[in-house]
Design a protein around this ligand. Structure first.
Ligand SMILES: *Cc1c(COP(=O)(O)O)cnc(C)c1O
Length: 403
């Protein structure tokens, strides 16, 4: 990256002056994007290895999704659920068939779909499992990330997400991620559900031990608790399967999806479950003004087609293996571990990962640290061999400057 231009500096200054400082972004001011590439306000090109935290698995500004958005925007965009709209049924059918569930409840942001799952699990706990009123517990895991609402941060174990935001929503029980014995000890008669990421994205790209998810799933069966999978980041091809749970051959009772569901054009999320469970929601129990709106449904419908038609899961598997192999082959003493699955890759460093992300940015690669010493590499799933070579060459260079 060259010195920031006056225009870039002015934009950054205005953002800092008028916007809340709740993020610490790279000083990369993006003006446009296509596929895996970003261009800043000065026309410099960068390979996007963040993908809006996996919301743009389909690649930036995918023409097919853009066309669906434009077309629907000229017909009707929002009706609210006070009436029905002509786009929602087709989208719901496509989503539920693809994911393998009877029904879906559409929301907008990921955390709203998580909230939906919390409510559904608690209701099931009282109505079906017979937990005494007000006593339902949901088991969550160390270093999880489920979003930023009060209930999601009540489920969190990360101090910076929680500091000064209490009092917290009660009813969450924390256990270490990846430890099946600890989970077994924590499951109690009042447990209505466990909520788990099959691979923790924000937590540092933590891949659980082989067999752990299957064991957790079996424990839920044994103790009559729901297994809720948060696949907001891991879903829709990111890890080389349609869902990360597929790798372990398990099917969650409640599947929570978002991000790539709408290819980065629009916030669309959903909680999916089979009919006996989802029917516990009755009219008036839960809702959202924008959830299931025709514009979002049209966009998500096209975004799902792209995932399937362009075989994004198998492309992620191929590209991810190639990138991980290339990173390991660098043999850098600063890299302690390269882990992940598909195109959700974490590089465990012996130095702060921010140093590497800065060096990469200077070489045209936008990537960010997730935990202090972990750099996450998660490009759009449409990345081709040429871009992979570009990435690995930039890495070789950038790592060299850190030595
Ligand atoms: C991003 C994310 C969320 C929250 O999604 P938002 O759209 O930011 O509300 C929840 N869970 C996981 C695993 C995520 O990666």
């Amino acid at each position: 990256m060259q010195e920031l231009s006056q225009r870039a500096r002015d934009l950054i200054a205005a953002e800092e002056r008028f916007g809340a400082h709740n993020y610490h972004p790279l000083d990369l001011v993006v003006e446009r994007a296509l596929g895996v590439w970003l261009w800043d306000v000065d026309g410099n090109r960068y390979l996007d290895c963040i993908s809006a935290y996996s919301a743009v698995n389909q690649g930036h500004c995918h023409p097919r999704i853009a066309a669906a958005l434009m077309e629907q925007a000229q017909k009707v965009t929002l009706t609210s659920r006070a009436m029905r709209n002509a786009r929602m049924p087709g989208f719901l059918e496509k989503l539920t068939r693809l994911c393998g569930y009877d029904m879906a409840l559409p929301m907008n942001t990921g955390v709203e779909a998580v909230e939906t799952a919390f409510k559904l699990a608690r209701r099931w706990g009282y109505a079906i499992k017979g937990i005494p009123a007000g006593q339902a517990e949901i088991i969550v895991f160390s270093d999880n990330f489920h979003g930023r609402t009060l209930s999601a941060i009540s489920a969190s174990t990360t101090p910076e997400y929680r500091k000064d935001f209490g009092p917290f929503v009660p009813g969450f029980v924390h256990v270490p991620y990846g430890d099946a014995e600890a989970l077994e000890r924590a499951i109690a008669p009042n447990t209505c559900a466990i909520l788990i990421e099959p691979i923790q994205g924000e937590g540092g790209v933590n891949v659980p031990p082989d067999g752990y998810l299957k064991r957790a799933w079996a424990l839920c069966r044994e103790h009559q608790a729901l297994f809720i999978a948060d696949e907001i980041q891991t879903g829709f091809g990111r890890t080389g399967d349609l869902f990360a749970c597929d790798y372990d051959g398990i099917k969650a009772d409640v599947l929570v999806v978002g991000k790539a569901l709408a290819g980065g054009f629009y916030p669309v999320s959903a909680a999916l479950a089979n009919e006996p469970l989802m029917k516990l929601f009755r009219p008036g129990d839960h809702g959202s003004t924008f959830g299931g709106n025709p514009l979002g449904c049209a966009v998500a419908d096209a975004a799902l087609d792209v995932i399937v038609d362009e075989k994004l899961a198998s492309r992620a598997r191929y590209a991810g293996a190639k990138i991980m192999q290339g990173l390991r082959a660098l043999g850098s003493p600063l890299i302690e571990e390269v882990r992940g699955r598909g195109l959700l890759i974490g590089i465990q460093m012996s130095v702060p990962a921010r140093r590497l992300s800065d060096a990469l940015l200077e070489r045209g690669v936008a990537a960010k640290d997730t935990r202090e010493n972990v750099l996450r590499i998660a490009p759009p799933l449409v990345i081709d061999d040429e871009a992979i070579d570009f990435l690995l060459a930039a890495f070789r260079d950038a790592i060299g400057t850190l030595r």
